[in-house]
Ligand binder design. Sequence first.
Ligand code: G3P
Length: 220
Amino acid sequence: MKFFLDTANLQELQTGASWGIVDGVTTNPTLIAKEGQPLEEQIRRICAIVDGDISAEVIATETSAMVEEGRRLARIHKNIVVKCPLTRDGIRTTAALSKEGIRVNVTLCFTPGQALLAAKAGAYFISPFVGRLDDVGYTGMDLIRSITKIYQNYEFPTQVLAASLRSPTHVIDAALAGAHIGTMPFKVMDMLFNHPLTDKGLQQFLADYDKVFREAPVAG
Ligand code: G3P
């Protein structure tokens, strides 16, 4: 399973990249706006920090403008994956850009039927939103299970990028469901490290070592 960071914050990306486990980055207009920097400039900075797939979302909503914007974003860096919303125009754009060899991440997916449309259009990634389905009373993870099964049935090459993951349990369940990628906020990736028995065990190991090698009287 690949790990992506769902953030446009450079400090979070630097720390994540230093861990050596970040395979890519996803952004969206909300995350870019949070940083207060123009989209293309911020994407350029992100590409300089993380060497992996970087999703950059189009702002346009009509096909010809989306295609134009997608082409422009793709020119920023070889690692760019253009992100398009799952609308009729978005799917038309996905089909057009995919035919040109530009990789597309289709976002805002909430049903297996929508995921089928994205795969049919040649999407490189499909982004089903787990947490947002949980928010409205569904079991978001069921969507990941359905999509992975459907894609396997027909050997669609589109990769399942589990998005809107809000907790370490979400990440683990997405991995169990066979998602190719999990994208998560920095906070969630950081939480994956934590276990009280890890901390307690390390403390004990070091204390035991110290007792013999640091507290022993110096020979001679
Ligand atoms: O990048 C899209 C997605 O991961 C958003 O997550 O928590 O805003 O639903 P969230």
